[in-house]
Design a protein around this ligand. Structure first.
Ligand code: SAM
Length: 484
């Protein structure tokens, strides 16, 4: 049943990137197991569908449980479990034909599903088959693993995972979140520190999640916001320093469009999403050109044939920025000839507007002049009168927090997220002040740093959020690398 996986050279002869192999630290394995056993001490059977070197199993074994495990690779020396060298995804697909499809034998499932920073060849080669098998979509290995575990779990089965946390907010994973909310009770959601897997060369943001199949087990949920480092995390777990919240408080909204998980967000911030319209409801917030071959169609310098300024990703450059490149002059006609060369929003893409960052931690908005164009980064066309005050608002600490702390914690910020920024209400006078600040930065009279201090005062006052929330936001923005 196991498919062949291309293995490339690594320390142990294995290509970690392809199979997604990273060892869970022992204190995490111990913690997840103890919490699952506290929720149900009386279960008997455990399944670890991606067992690796059985890192997650010693504590279940010591508690006298019977354990089955899978892995696509046999790392040898299986002392705690009945091991099968098999592919868990294929196992799940084969169970789709069985009735009941649930694995009745297991009271516990525990996993650190394979994390691949890229879409593995297996998904590419089997996209059609996997998409048919996974109603949540076949986007990456860990999301398919989690979905399969939930589907296979019988009522009451506990599911403990340490997993990439991008499914908490990414639009792509709205259906997986829906599966969790509609089929499971959520007991715990703890964000892990960013450096948890650094020593193994993996820059992955992870969380611990403990679920139980069936919604009737739902009580309060234990949550932990992202700790600064491993030591802090270890201490939090050892002393069980959680916050307890309700199911309502962990979900941004009930609608699928806003079913993101939110962790430790002050109620007055959540109210901003509930009481205001979104940016995309008022202004055009879109993507424009994807060349399909930047090397061929973009030039770093302005030169003959390449004279149209192209704004691709302002990254951390706020208010104003030089173009990232110059695109070929005849981009329109080229897009009609070349399939991968896409030009969207042809009617207005050369208008004055706002180019937003697409990648990287900071969220920035910069002025896009008339006749310049932009890439697949979110670009806003709010009309001339609204450009400058909106640039100021978008560069405020509040918006950085709304985007990076609430809407999307992974690196890619698409126009879908930017469209969902709540538009707090400003008086005409406040808009005028914000407008002037942005223009002063663009004309070189004011530094961006000083401008943001001024903007924050105006924006915080207009938002009416508490001083506790303001402090929290400023701290979050100051420590962006650790907190996101
Ligand atoms: C992140 S590691 C976890 C290893 C160990 N359980 C731990 O927690 O330290 C993920 C494991 O999944 C395995 N794996 C990858 N694809 C798999 C698949 N389709 N079915 C079963 N195991 C798979 C990898 O070989 C790797 O051992």
């Amino acid at each position: 049943m196991a498919r062949k996986i291309k293995t490339l050279i690594g320390e142990d002869g294995i290509d970690r990137r392809e199979v997604g192999y990273y060892s869970t630290p022992d204190f995490v394995a111990q913690y997840i197991t103890e919490e699952m056993l506290a929720l149900n001490p009386n279960g008997n059977r455990v399944l670890d569908p991606a067992t690796g070197k059985e890192e997650l199993l010693p504590y279940f074994y010591n508690a006298g449980k019977e354990i089955d495990s899978f892995d696509i690779i046999d790392y040898g020396n299986h002392i705690y479990s009945q091991f099968q060298c098999a592919d868990f995804i294929e196992f799940y697909i084969s169970r789709l034909q069985c009735l009941p499809m649930e694995c009745q034998e297991y009271e516990y499932m525990i996993a650190n599903p394979p994390y691949n920073c890229h879409e593995v060849a297996y998904i590419k080669d089997n996209k059609k088959r996997l998409t048919a098998a996974f109603s949540v979509g076949a986007y990456n290995m860990y999301s398919m693993f989690l979905s399969a575990m939930i589907s296979l779990a019988k009522d009451g089965c506990l599911i403990g995972v340490i997993i990439s946390d991008s499914f908490l907010t990414a639009t792509l994973h709205a259906k997986l979140r829906e599966q969790i909310f509609s089929q499971c009770s959520i007991h715990e959601l703890l964000l892990c520190p960013n450096n948890l897997f650094w020593t193994q060369g993996a820059d992955v943001r992870t969380c611990i999640m403990i679920l139980q199949k069936g919604r009737q087990y739902q009580g309060n949920i234990k949550i932990v916001n992202r700790p600064n480092n491993i030591e802090e995390f270890r201490e939090i777990l050892a002393n069980r320093r959680f916050k307890n919240i309700t199911l309502e408080e962990i979900r941004l909204g009930k609608d699928k469009a806003v079913n993101q998980f939110i962790i430790d967000i002050e109620p007055d911030i959540i109210t901003l999403f509930k009481n205001n319209i979104f940016l995309g409801d008022t202004y055009k917030c879109v993507t424009c050109i994807s060349t399909g071959n930047d090397e061929k169609y973009l030039s770093k310098e302005k030169k003959d044939g390449y004279s149209v300024p192209f704004y691709k990703n302002p990254a951390k450059r706020k208010f104003k920025t030089e173009p990232d490149a110059y695109i070929i002059d005849n981009y329109m006609s080229e897009s009609l000839k070349v399939k991968d060369f896409m030009v969207r929003n042809k009617g207005f893409l050369r208008d004055e507007g706002i180019a937003c960052s697409s990648m990287g931690l900071p969220f920035s908005a910069a002025y896009k002049p008339l006749d310049a164009v932009s890439g697949v980064n979110a670009t806003i066309f709010p009309g001339k009168d609204n450009i400058f005050w909106l640039i100021s608002y978008l560069n405020s600490s509040l918006v950085t927090y709304l985007v990076r702390g609430v809407l999307i914690r992974s690196n890619m910020i698409t126009s879908g997220y930017v469209s969902r920024i709540p538009m707090i209400k400003f008086s005409e006078n406040e808009k005028k002040q914000l407008d002037e600040v942005a223009k002063d930065v663009i004309s070189g009279m004011l530094s961006a740093t000083r401008a943001i201090e001024i903007i924050d005062i105006i924006v915080f006052n207009a938002s009416k959020i508490s001083s506790t929330s303001r402090r929290k936001i400023l701290k979050f923005v100051e420590n962006l690398g650790k907190t996101v």
